[in-house]
Write a protein that binds this ligand. Sequence first.
Ligand code: 5GP
Length: 201
Amino acid sequence: MKQGLFLVVSAPSGAGKSSICQGLLDICPQLNFSVSYTSRPPRPQEVNGKDYHFISRENFLQRVKRGEFVEWVESFGHLYGTSRKTVDKYLQTGKDLLLDLEPRGAKKIKKIYRGGVFVFVLPPSRDDFLKRLKKRGHESEEVIQARLAQAESELKEISWYTYVIFNKDLKEAVKQLHSIYIAEKCRKEILSDEIKKFMQK
Ligand code: 5GP
């Protein structure tokens, strides 16, 4: 069966990951986005069923009990989980899936499934990163410090990712992610069925 590809993108808060992912989805209609479930309330502009499936904490925990998530985490008091149904559906049909996950979830996916590509997005510099973090909203110094601490610990996870994108310019960053995706689709492991077919005399 044709094998789909899992493109997993992670980034510390404020690196511009969502815009890069959206940019890629806009130019790759064959790529599907794994819409996670979350107990976090929606932000303005966020659409239920497109950005996330927004559900209550209780609903989320019931789904955990029923084994509906391939991975889930708690981050800043909110729960986030990847739907097993979504992942299985794409795996079975050999379609490509884009997942926007923090590193703990990404690592779990790496352990469970083969054929994953792991990309870490970084802001152009540490100074810029701090600026972006502070610009995010009207957050208290305490929250900003907590985000910073989390970001520092996430940065250590770069070691096991395959690719890094410095988000200096959105267009360029989308181009880089697109290039990674295109190149990974040419891996012989991904194309093994097509190659076998071609080789048959
Ligand atoms: P935000 O609340 O800013 O949308 O997301 C916070 C973090 O949760 C981001 O790093 C995002 O990548 C991550 N995230 C979103 N959905 C999931 C998920 O299903 N699983 C995991 N492990 N992380 C997720």
